[in-house]
Write a protein that binds this ligand. Sequence first.
Ligand code: PEP
Ligand code: MN
Length: 337
Amino acid sequence: MIIVMKPKASQQSIHAVTNYIENSGLQVHLSQGEEVTIIGIVGDKTRISTENLIIFKDVDRIVPVTESYKLSNRKFHPDATVVKVGNTTIGPGNLTIMAGPCAVETKEQLLEIAKAVKASGATILRGGAYKPRTSPYSFQGLEEEGLRYMQEAKAQTGLSTICEVVSLEAIEAAVKYVDMIQIGARNMQNFILLKEAGQSGLPVLLKRGLCATIDEWLNAAEYIIAEGNPNVVLCERGIRTFETATRNTLDLSAVPVLRNKTHLPVIVDPSHSTGSYKYVAPMAKAAVACDADGLMIEVHNNPACALSDGPQSLTFEKFEKLTAELRPFCGLLGRNF
Ligand code: PEP
Ligand code: MN
């Protein structure tokens, strides 16, 4: 349930409403915009006579909210959230590109890729140090050593950095070295990990689970925000369907649907969703066209020798061509890139 106050409602009127709610044993989520203040009620609504609230001075209307996620809900928080990651931001006005290898393999490989993606316009370097692989016999990542290389790449290029975490130990290590942590598709409903990510103090990129509905995804975001960390970015990375021509099916309609449902920034990963370098550029352009706030793209210095996800990795040349082609799209949409 949310209480929409009249434009320019006085602080006194707002306090009268919030006191009433809090004195009834419920919590208040306050969103004070330039014109309008919105008061969200979180908790057991049977403790309060919500119809009485319309009598309070400066209350405009009362809107019931049926979704279980509140903190990530746009109804509670109409202004779009901007998430700061190191020295870059994700949110309205920008197209933020995260690029880099699927896995950090060696220091030299990472530095070479970091320099190349920066030259083509990426502002965040991605690189997996803990790899949740389908097979236990596949390369599992360099772990903390990989994080140290990420830190070195940041020092040399000025790029902000993101790395996936798969455990509490990985979070504890990541906070020492990178600017943003990623919860991967396979862990989207690992609720313990979500809570730990919420307590990490770092912004979190939350990828959509392989079979997750949008509401399940937003509830997962809620777990992180409920721990006091509002800096969550959602990443559509394709879902499992009956189609086998691509690795997953990229659900681009998730972008406008999420815009409607949440204030959190939304980015798209055309690499893991398609599974083939051939489809990355068209789907990246489609993601920008439907107003995504950013992209996550796998780029490798030598895809044929990559230790993971070579078939979907772009070469430096292909990545440079793509970013050059994206610039006019961004201009049309009024997004800085
Ligand atoms: C990744 O980004 O490295 C990754 C494993 O992606 P996803 O969780 O989307 O499969
Ligand atoms: Mn990958």
